[in-house]
Design a protein around this ligand. Structure first.
Ligand SMILES: Cc1cc2nc3c(=O)[nH]c(=O)nc-3n(C[C@H](O)[C@H](O)[C@H](O)COP(=O)(O)O)c2cc1C
Length: 894
């Protein structure tokens, strides 16, 4: 057998990988004209030995690795740890064989997903594992290994390993390249052509491997920015001993997200010119109103890279393909496969093409567009052979419709998309075309459509997040009510806006005045934390819930940035700050919402870096503060935020801050996160997910006061000095909402924790209604977006004289999607198991990463938790509402 030699990187670190100079295609999709390497690294401490990565499980590479290990590791020594920064089989394929054949006692270190992957790659779990996290340290004797969780670089399982004594960073795919390099080190590549080729291979590798994960690339770069790095040991291509800053800068440059523009890109192919004729007419139709620019590309003439670049920045993407042998053509498939949910979801798309007899091409591409979570608002347009004059007119209309949809005009949903999904109204499997109201459990948006919406127009959640509310009977279009007076609505949040909408549903005659206390157009409050991470959302029409157009068309007067300071009950007037004229009302709806409860002795407004997350102004101020901090921070210092509140809002805020590149300490007064939504076990499971993302959890502690320096908070002190303090650059508090009831109290409305209302949302004074976070309709007070929408609707209907509208409490579901994980919880989760009538059913599907727990009191299902599968959550919601028995539930779920 040929023998191979290990290459020394440091006295005690050797490259023991394999060369694969002849590889020409990698992972099926990558071309590798320069071959590749599979890099593995042997680290010998005074006491322990670690191997970082192995090689592809092919005899020639495995033998190279063994031979190189044997050339350096003395016979009496064994490998104690196998470290896997990422488990794609080109790095881990040889691990199990090596472990079993030579080092059966070695422990495998990796992230939790990495360890799960390894079990499925080895088809065995008979090895010991250590789960890596950001706090884990492995001491090899004189050499310490630290771990940095770096998800999606390149798979969800990825991490980096850092040896501080050697200043060596082991990154697996990050900074790698498919480039065969017998010299092992990049500073030993001297031939200018080879140097050029290596840069080309590095860029290609970046585009192919990390192109879809740019957000994570930036996070990865942030996570290593404070490290002193002398050597980067990546797992393909040379070990990097020079140009390290250049690599980091290039990665930063390449990972810049491109701005999406309001434009349409049409890309097509056409054999006989028929699809091309369609394309020309579609373009003409799109350009009719001259509002959205259109770029058109014939893929046989244009450079593919140029078209991809255009597509990546376009809000509208339209493909044209003929059908050849029952399929769309490969250049169109190429582009369709380039689209992915991470980058392109929510963009508008459509497909057209000429065909001969079966026409599957456009239909197949249409399906692909939905797989990649793009919007496909109009049916594919297919024309048999050569388009006639009439057909070309249809093409123009089709193009024009697409533009109008992009501009926000509402059209009937596509009726060719009858998805077979079990819902309460179609349990027997029969689908009907009755319009229905669907509620998105993530943001509360109500969408009207015959079938389950594909994607939430507000928050982007998929079909699985929708719950069926009820059918709308078209035949019973409700009558207009006779009320003709003036209705004033105070507050333009979810409840206020829904009240206005429902007023206009039943009454077109009365005068409606909406008073908005904020300077911004009414917006979706649940999307605030998303807007913090991605401020481009603020430019999107989808973020705003009440357009000027709707106001004009429905004759609603909106007053922005006006604060109501008093209500004259006798005269029925509303008094506005700094405004002489009072506003008269006949009916008044108070929808003033709530404020974040502030847990500190000091007032947050006295400090420039302490914020709640309640209003859009909070988000813009937080973002400005973060930008300012980033500009002024010392080099190599990571900014740190302290988020108070381990509930839904706090966790979402923490995710947004992590995305902005900050470190986060998350403080929760209860001993576990999401205490209202999860049980002990569920909390532990989710806590693990958060800590893996680098969030430090401080549980069971309560904050006391801010540590201050002038007008800035520099940290937080805790009650009983447990812990003593946390230092930070930014403080966010998100620990619950206090109903804004000051106006109600001032005018003598009955109040408790909110303004007390009956099931018609009427307060203790006739003609004054309250709804949403400021209202209390039975106990306990419910304060969330979906409830605000429900109550706003009832308040609006009641105010115009609808008598049969009544608020009904439902087991409010909570859904949270953060860090690619979902949590769903419905009903009142018992805080402990002491109730003798309580029984619990649980299922922890390790294989599918689903955690399901169901709680029964006296044999009736009252609450449930699902982590990892929201679709299952909706079934749980159904079963709770149906008051399923223990036996019925077992039959349904197990
Ligand atoms: C080799 C070949 C295979 C074809 N296979 C199909 C097919 O399976 N189904 C179909 O509907 N049309 C099929 N067609 C017809 C084309 O889709 C049709 O001619 C179409 O008008 C071409 O549009 P174009 O001029 O834009 O390329 C086929 C045509 C060719 C040349």
């Amino acid at each position: 057998m040929t023998t191979y030699k290990a290459e020394k990187i440091y006295e005690n670190v050797h490259w023991v990988g394999a060369l694969d100079p002849d590889l020409r295609v990698f992972d099926i999709v990558m071309f590798t004209p320069y071959g590749t390497t599979y890099n593995a690294f042997l680290i010998e401490g005074k006491e322990k030995v670690a191997l970082i990565e192995t090689v592809k499980n092919k005899k020639e590479f495995y033998d190279q690795m063994i031979s190189r290990i044997d050339s350096v590791l003395s016979k009496d020594k064994k490998i104690d740890y196998f470290i896997h920064n990422h488990t794609e089989p080109d790095h881990s394929g040889g691990s199990y064989k090596l472990l079993k054949e030579r080092y059966p006692e070695a422990k495998i270190i990796g992230t939790l997903p990495a360890l799960n992957n390894l079990k499925n790659i080895a088809n065995s779990n008979d090895f010991e594992t250590i789960e890596a996290n950001n706090d884990l340290k492995i001491d090899l004797g004189g050499l310490t290994l630290n771990f940095i969780i770096a998800p999606f670089l390149h798979w969800p399982d990825s991490m980096f390993t850092y040896c501080s004594e050697l200043k060596a960073l082991f990154t697996c795919d990050f900074f790698g390249a498919h480039f065969n390099c017998p010299q092992v080190f990049n500073d030993l590549i001297n031939n200018p052509k080879d140097i050029d080729n290596l840069w080309e291979a590095t860029k290609y590798y970046f585009d192919t491997i990390f192109g879809p994960f740019k957000k994570y690339v930036n996070q990865g770069l942030d996570s290593i920015q404070n490290l002193e790095i002398q050597t980067i040991c990546c797992s393909h291509g040379p070990v990097l001993r020079k140009d390290i800053e250049k690599y980091k800068n290039l990665y930063r440059e390449w990972a810049k997200e491109k701005n999406v523009e309001k434009k349409i890109v049409i890309a097509y192919v056409s054999a006989y010119g028929y699809t091309e004729e369609m394309a020309n007419s579609i373009k003409k139709g799109m350009e009719k109103s001259n509002e959205i620019p259109v770029e058109m590309y014939d893929l046989l003439k244009e450079d593919k890279a140029k078209v991809i670049e255009a597509i990546d920045t376009a809000e509208g993407i339209v493909f044209g393909t003929p059908t050849i042998i029952s399929e769309a053509l490969p250049p169109i498939w190429d582009l369709a496969l380039h689209l992915n949910a991470t980058t392109h979801s929510g963009r508008y798309s459509a497909v057209f093409g000429s065909y001969g007899w079966s026409g599957e091409g456009p239909l197949n591409i249409d399906q692909r567009l939905r797989q990649a979570r793009l919007e496909t608002p109009i049916e594919p347009l297919r024309i048999m052979f050569k388009p006639s004059e009439k057909d070309l007119e249809d093409c123009e209309n089709w193009g024009n419709k697409f533009v109008r949809i992009m501009k926000g005009e509402k059209f009937e949903p596509r009726n060719d998309l009858n998805r077979k999904r079990r819902t309460r109204s179609s349990r027997n499997g029969i689908l009907d075309n009755t319009p229905k109201r669907w509620k998105c459990l993530v943001c509360g948006e109500i969408v009207i459509s015959a079938n389950v919406p594909e994607i939430c127009p507000v928050c982007g959640a998929g079909a699985e997040a929708f719950m069926l509310l009820d059918d709308i009977k078209e035949t019973t279009k409700p009558e207009e009510t006779s009320f003709e007076g003036t209705i004033v609505v105070i507050g333009a949040g979810g409840a206020g806006i829904e009240a206005v909408k429902s007023i206009r549903e039943r009454n077109k005659k009365c005068k409606v005045i909406l008073i908005n206390g904020e300077e911004f157009k009414p917006y979706y409050r649940p999307s605030l934390t998303r807007a913090l991470a991605d401020t481009s959302l603020l430019d999107s029409e989808k973020f705003y819930i009440f357009t000027d157009k709707f106001a004009d068309e429905n004759n609603v007067q909106i007053l922005h940035n006006k604060i109501v300071i008093d209500i004259e009950v006798e005269n029925k007037n509303v008094v506005i700050k700094d405004q002489k004229e009072k506003i008269h009302f006949d009916k008044l709806i108070i929808a003033t919402g709530g404020n974040n409860f502030c847990p500190f002795k000091q007032k947050p407004e006295d400090f420039s870096n302490v914020f709640g997350v309640r209003k859009l102004s909070d988000v813009t101020m937080i973002k400005q503060e973060v930008d300012k901090l980033k500009k002024t921070k010392e080099e190599n210092k990571k900014l740190q935020a302290c988020v108070i509140g381990g509930g839904l809002l706090g966790i979402e805020a923490a995710e947004a801050l992590i995305e902005l590149g900050l470190g986060v300490d998350l403080v929760e007064v209860m001993p576990r996160i999401l205490p209202r939504q999860l049980d002990q076990e569920g909390s532990l499971l989710f806590q693990k997910i958060l800590t893996e993302k680098g969030i430090r959890l401080l549980l069971g502690v309560s904050v006391n006061e801010l540590i201050v320096d002038g007008d800035r908070a520099t940290g937080v002190l805790f009650k009983d000095s447990k812990p003593e303090k946390v230092s930070c650059d930014l403080v966010i508090f998100a620990i619950g909402v206090r109903a804004e009831i000051s106006l109600g109290m001032k005018i003598g409305l009955k109040t408790n924790r909110g303004i007390i209302v009956d099931t018609k949302m009427e307060s203790s004074i006739k003609d004054i209604y309250a709804c949403g976070d400021c209202a209390e309709c039975g106990s306990p007070v419910i304060q969330n977006w979906t409830n605000a929408i429900d109550q706003g609707r009832i308040a609006g209907l009641s105010s115009v004289g609808v008598t049969d509208a009544e608020f009904k409490r439902v087991a409010t579901p909570y859904a949270l999607f953060v860090f690619n994980s979902s949590v769903f919880s419905v009903g009142l989760i018992p805080s402990d198991n002491s109730d003798p009538s309580l029984s619990i059913l649980s299922l922890n599907k390790n294989s599918s990463n689903v955690y399901l727990k169901l709680f029964f009191i006296n044999d009736i299902l009252i609450a449930g938790i699902v982590i990892g599968d929201t679709a299952l959550g909706i079934q749980v919601q159904d079963a709770v509402e149906a008051k399923s028995t223990y036996q019925e539930t077992i039959e349904q779920f197990f």
